[in-house]
Design a protein around this ligand. Structure first.
Ligand code: MV4
Length: 458
């Protein structure tokens, strides 16, 4: 087992990784930027190294600085968390060269999944359903028109290097295809330095369902079920849950089995997430795979009882998976709300000093946060300040617990998205589990009371 792990991240996920290390008896090294000197991840790590100025590009994204910090402190592994360098095949390669274990999949697997067109081909070969589309990157206008005609409109043009919604264009008529391909390619070139795009059949208002997998270095792979992540706005997830409402055990076994085969086909190790789109008829199609720990991993932990971060560390250290597929059970229902430092009406970031911060827990309530009274929320980083995660015997109890926890949360000094969460959690459509990726857009477009008792109630 590792003696010392460097955590190449900040915020709540850095703390989450410190918790796991402490429980495993592993020493920790925090790295931090000038803006994070007084952060809790620095306070609770055994050692800390300042790696640069506030801007992420100069600190948390600086590979030489991160590697130097690991060398200086004698860390034998690096956990990248999520965001920042978590899906950098380059960091994983440099770690290999420096004999520091990168806690994540091998660089080749990270690189494969980073190329969405290649990942599509590999998944298809492994027997995972994919949407009809181009076999690889599109070469030329004629080819694009030919493929689109074959699969039928609407189609979606996506960047091979994309993900998270950047460099995407929906095309409904052939006349718009050429412009869409060009603008998507230009956007992709600017954002990722790779201008390749591919085409897929477009699904209207799909559900976003993802599967958590764990694979060890001996070829064993298990899945921990699905997460429903359809409640998002502009590709930022707001609420996630597990199980997905209306998802059957049969479906979980079927999709889970496919995901395991797919992970085995690419010799996947460590934690990973396979994302799918599900159409109204219940058909599902592979979208992309994320080669990192995800923000929403706690909902899976709550229903399975598996500590995903500890599993990641054990796997990277060369241990076998601590459980077999047959040992994985799914109990009750879990929901996560991401609390962001944003105006709940306009979503404009609301950095500043939190004067009073309190998030009471209680039965079936878990809070993951780096915030506390008198802490400063920096404008330099992601606006997520806390995750409230609940577990209940069923979805109804989970919703009631979440409402209670949100109602009793106190955050003074900055604006947060808590009022928005409370509105969603009392919406009959949400309560009935009528979810899709267009839910939030419709929800936000709906007229609502601006004053009076009803407005005060929500
Ligand atoms: C799609 C799609 C419909 N059809 N692909 C958005 C993020 C990127 N990773 C892929 N995305 C989508 N791909 C086809 N063929 C709809 C989306 C999409 C979406 C997906 C998941 C969660 C939220 C979304 C919001 C808008 C569009």
């Amino acid at each position: 087992m590792f003696k010392k792990i460097l955590i190449a991240n900040r915020g709540e996920v850095a703390l989450r990784i410190i918790f796991a290390c402490r429980e495993l008896g592993i020493k920790t090294v925090a790295v931090y930027s000038e803006a994070d000197e007084n952060s809790l991840h620095v306070r609770f790590a055994d050692e800390d190294v300042r790696i640069g100025p506030a801007r992420s590009a100069d600190s948390y994204l600086n590979v030489p600085a991160v590697i130097s910090a690991a060398e200086i402190t004698g860390a034998d592994a690096i956990h990248p968390g999520y965001g920042f360098l978590s899906e950098s095949a380059y960091l994983a390669e440099v770690c290999e060269a420096c004999h520091i274990k990168f806690i994540g999949p091998d660089p080749q697997v990270i690189r494969l999944m980073g190329d969405k067109a290649r990942a599509r081909r590999v998944m298809k070969k492994a027997g995972v359903p994919i949407l009809p589309g181009s076999d690889g990157p599109i070469e030329g206008e004629e080819k694009a028109l030919k493929v689109a005609k074959e699969i039928g409109y609407p189609v979606i043009v996506k960047a091979t290097a994309g993900g998270g919604g950047r460099g995407m264009r929906v095309v409904r008529v052939p006349a718009d295809l050429s412009t869409a391909v060009k603008t998507a390619a230009r956007e992709a070139e600017a954002a990722f330095g790779v201008g390749d795009v591919y085409i897929e059949k477009y699904i209207e208002s799909p559900r976003h369902i993802e599967f958590q997998v764990l694979g060890d270095q001996y070829g064993s792979v298990i899945h921990l079920g699905e997460r429903e992540c359809s409640i998002q706005r502009r590709h930022q997830k707001l609420i996630e849950e597990s199980p997905s409402p209306g998802f059957s055990d049969k479906m979980r076994r079927r999709m889970g089995g496919m995901v395991i085969d797919a992970a085995k086909a690419v010799q996947y190790t460590n934690a990973g997430t396979f994302e799918f789109l599900m159409d109204a008829a219940g058909h599902f199609y592979f979208m992309e795979a994320n080669t990192r720990l995800q923000v929403e991993h706690p909902v899976t932990e709550m229903v399975t009882g598996v500590d995903i971060v500890k599993e990641q560390i054990r796997i990277a250290a060369g241990e076998r998976l601590s459980l077999k597929q047959g040992d994985v059970t799914f109990t009750g229902h879990s929901i996560e709300c991401r609390v962001n430092a944003e105006d709940p009406e306009t979503f404009v970031p609301s950095p500043g000093v939190i004067r009073v911060f309190s998030m009471l827990t209680g039965p079936g309530v878990r809070v993951e946060t780096f915030a506390h009274s008198d802490c400063t929320i920096s404008p330099f980083y992601d606006s997520m300040i806390a995750k409230i995660i609940v577990h209940g015997r069923d979805r109804k109890e989970a919703i009631a617990r979440m409402r209670r926890a949100l109602e009793m949360a106190v955050v003074e000094g900055i604006k947060t998205t808590i009022p928005l969460h409370l509105r969603v959690l009392s919406d009959p459509e949400f309560i009935n589990g009528q979810l899709s990726t267009s839910y939030m857009e419709r929800f936000l477009a709906r007229p609502r009371p601006t004053s009076g008792r009803l407005a005060e109630a929500v």
